[in-house]
Design a protein around this ligand. Structure first.
Ligand SMILES: Cc1cc2nc3c(=O)[nH]c(=O)nc-3n(C[C@H](O)[C@H](O)[C@H](O)COP(=O)(O)OP(=O)(O)OC[C@H]3O[C@@H](n4cnc5c(N)ncnc54)[C@H](O)[C@@H]3O)c2cc1C
Length: 428
């Protein structure tokens, strides 16, 4: 039985891994070279703490305020694009407490399953990705953010997560080099982090050793269907004008922010927008940050690894493009001295902050953001053998292994390890 996976990001590769484990012949079709996509330069968090979907109460008001601040972490590029308008309306409708309450448990179940599977990859020696299971610290400076975060922490505890709350002196003792200038912080102890570039470099090699065919430079351009089934997938090789075709028993659509166009080709609808984010990576500063940290008021995240530190943020909703909005990048860098003055004093950080060609230091990727902030995982509406696996927004790495496993279970026609009702792609 032949499975075709479209997209060689972390979701497509994880799906290929579990499909192959279950005995499928698997081909991954990837239009790029597998050296960069959204799954590379991200922060590498495995975050059970992120059980609240992006569509949540307060996000619209906060987003509108941020829209008009050029250094803010959020921006929607105004456009009359009907897909953006329709996505925006759905997103607004979903940004309510009921949606958050309904989504928290299914999201948490998939986050925990996924984290454990990913830890298994590291422990078994499958992939060496500097995985550390030592939590993630959420810092707050304002009383408002403190209040919101403590409420989040209370809900996290109710869902079974381990958290610890620290006041200003305690966080300074925990992070003596960077001296957090904050009211306090919550440590989510169940979170872990990894080096996503290492994961993405090694996973294709693992797949090839397992017998998966990973085809780069191959862009899917068309589907052929009969009786509500995709029978073959057409693709074009880079530099060639004629199309090639592969027969398929199961097709997995895991093309990240490009998924809506492919869904349309297959006669399906997928409400999803690209959400561009930036990151910058420097050599590990001498002023060492011990915990992966999120500076909540500024929405900036930092991840320390043995030899590197990554700083990332922003969500720019709009078409896929190569433009780097430098004021927003500067907004990210300016948050560091406000929250972590010790780190801002470090030579490596100073070198980055004063870099004359800052754009050359910036990585960007497009998060696939669904219309209600919940991934789309499950069978499509019109094609019986098409499985959607996309829309993971800010938690694609956190959810990848779990998504891959449930995709393979769906393909086998088995019941899935976690309930997928909340992720049903047919909900829009
Ligand atoms: C700044 C930033 C920080 C982040 N931090 C985290 C984090 O800490 N933890 C976390 O869990 N998540 C994080 N994320 C989100 C995470 O990176 C994404 O959710 C995840 O990478 C999405 O993976 P994907 O496989 O769906 O998409 P992608 O990685 O974008 O892969 C999709 C692939 O499909 C291919 N493709 C598209 N069209 C076609 C076609 N027609 N034919 C063939 N191939 C095609 C593309 O070339 C691409 O390689 C972050 C994102 C950003 C931007």
């Amino acid at each position: 039985m032949q499975a075709i996976v479209i997209g060689g990001g972390i979701i497509g590769l994880s799906s290929a891994y579990y499909l192959r484990q279950k005995g499928w012949n698997v081909t991954v079709l990837e239009k790029g070279d597998l050296k960069d996509n959204c799954s590379f330069g991200n922060m590498g968090y495995l975050s059970p703490s992120h059980f609240v979907p992006l569509a949540q109460p307060g996000i619209i008001g906060q987003g509108l305020l941020w829209m008009f601040q050029e250094k803010s972490p959020f921006y929607i590029r105004p456009s009359l694009n009907p897909d953006l308008i329709s996505w925006g309306i759905k997103f607004m409708r979903a940004s309510n407490q009921r949606h958050v309450e309904r989504s928290a448990k299914p999201l948490m179940d998939l986050l925990l399953l996924s984290r454990d599977l990913t830890i298994g990859w590291q422990k078994s020696g499958l992939i060496d990705m500097q995985l550390a299971h030592d939590g993630c610290m959420m810092y707050y400076q304002s009383a408002k953010k403190e209040h919101e975060e403590l409420e989040n922490a209370r809900q996290a505890e109710a869902l079974g997560l381990n958290i610890e709350i620290f006041d200003r002196d305690q966080v300074q003792a925990l992070e003596p080099d960077v001296r957090p200038d904050v009211r306090g912080g919550v440590l989510y102890k169940d979170d872990a982090h990894l080096h996503p570039n290492s994961l993405m470099e090694q996973l294709p090699q693992v797949l090839e050793r397992m017998g998966v065919e990973v085809m780069t430079g191959c862009q899917v351009t068309e589907f052929c269907s009969r009786n509500g089934q995709i029978t073959s997938v057409k693709y074009r090789r880079e530099g060639e004008s004629s199309a090639h075709s592969l027969t398929a028993d199961i097709v997995v659509l895991a093309a990240g922010s490009w998924s809506p166009q492919l869904a349309k080709m297959a006669g399906e609808k997928l409400s999803l927008m690209p959400g561009k984010g930036y990151s910058m990576t420097i050599a590990a500063p001498k002023q060492r940050l011990r915990y992966p940290s999120i500076l909540l008021d500024a929405k900036v995240a930092l991840t320390p690894w043995a030899n590197q530190l990554r700083i990332g943020s922003t969500m720019e909703i709009g078409a896929i493009n190569d433009r780097i909005l430098l004021p927003r990048v500067q907004g990210i860098l300016e948050a560091v001295p406000r929250f972590l003055p010790g780190l801002a004093d470090d030579a490596e950080f100073k070198k980055l902050a004063t870099e004359p060609n800052l754009a050359s230091k910036v990585w960007y990727g497009f998060r696939p953001v669904s219309a209600d902030g919940m991934p789309y995982i499950g069978f499509a509406k019109n094609n019986k053998n098409l499985i959607m696996a996309t829309g993971h927004a800010m938690v694609g790495v956190s959810l990848a292994a779990g998504t891959g496993l449930v995709v393979s279970e769906l393909a086998e026609g088995k019941s899935t390890s976690v309930s997928l009702e909340a992720f049903d792609p047919r909900r829009y």
